[in-house]
Design a protein around this ligand. Sequence first.
Ligand SMILES: *Cc1c(COP(=O)(O)O)cnc(C)c1O
Length: 392
Amino acid sequence: MSSDETKLTNALAHLGRNPAISGRAVNLPIYQSSTMLFDTLAEFEQAREERYEQGVLYYGRYGNPASFELEAMMAKLEGGDGCVSLSSGLTAVTVAIMAAAKAGSHVLVADNVYGPTRMFCDNVLMRYGVEVSYFDPMVGSGIEALIRDTTSAVIFEAPGSGTFEVPDIPAIAHAARARGALSVLDATWATPVFCQPLKLGVDVVVHSGSKYISGHADAMIGFIVCRSAHYEEMRKMALAFGDRAGANDVFLALRGLRTLKMRMRHHHESGLKIATWLAEQSAVTRILHPAFEDCPGHEFWRRDFTGAGGLFSVVLQPIGEDRVRALIDGLRMFSVGLSWGGFESLALPVNPSPMRSATDWSAESPLVRFNIGHEDPDSLIEDLTQAFRHLG
Ligand SMILES: *Cc1c(COP(=O)(O)O)cnc(C)c1O
């Protein structure tokens, strides 16, 4: 193991459990508290003065001992200085964007971003006088030509969670920084185990902790991680919206982090095994998985990531919607459902075409996205084998 990997492995076990808080107990309690009590008015006034600082106990919405431990742990894992935990991954995305954008400014958004991120930009940002334009995620340093004097933020995802193109993260991040635009990267798929985008020049990393970080499909939580230069603006914007991660979800995210590396390794191996099997099926024309050589940005994945999540898509032959339905309904071990990153395998048809404006996907439908969970991979392949028979 490289020394970075050794550090991360040990950090997952040892961070986030400050004995000054938990005493002898290995796990932190669930802090189900709104009010923080002060003995004197002067102590209260001091907390109010310092309420935006990490670790200051003031009022439940501003954080509690466990959420501060979790945030410090996430910041450390990403190589950042600060983290804000929020009520969902989508809130992490929207709060980060709101902190960067202002009326009259322009925001550049990758064409393959998570659907609700795009809907937020189109339906909310535009209403408040922020101009939004979309770019080809494979633009690389070509992003320079798209950045305007008014560009306040560049929003992108690595990889896109439906079509899996891997952008040139440093090229985009450096071009944004050179022009004073904030780069915001959604790194939910990779987790800090497989990629640490702050080290690649990104300003702000966002995560849906509802996925791999909590890892058991039992929590809704989001994270914004950044360096100190952006921490206060992120935290203030989260507080302006009155958002915070729930106490129970903080506990579940901390617990999930303990096994994150082992789970990610399993997702990587099982996902690749199943994707490799799928690639050989005559009904499948293409695999959209960053570890596959023909995935756009495969070379950036090799350069900047140390593994792959268990989420990928396949492009099927043009077989018609009915037969795609028969395939999905014929699966017994895979269920249909939103989200991913849990222990259970999922299959979902995705249609990126209506969500594209800078790039064209119309030729590539239908797509099926698979989340490979922790079932035995050979059993999953057996299940796929019988379901693919429906395709004849
Ligand atoms: C699920 C997801 C989100 C939103 O996270 P929630 O916790 O469901 O709000 C954001 N980005 C990506 C890439 C996601 O997959």
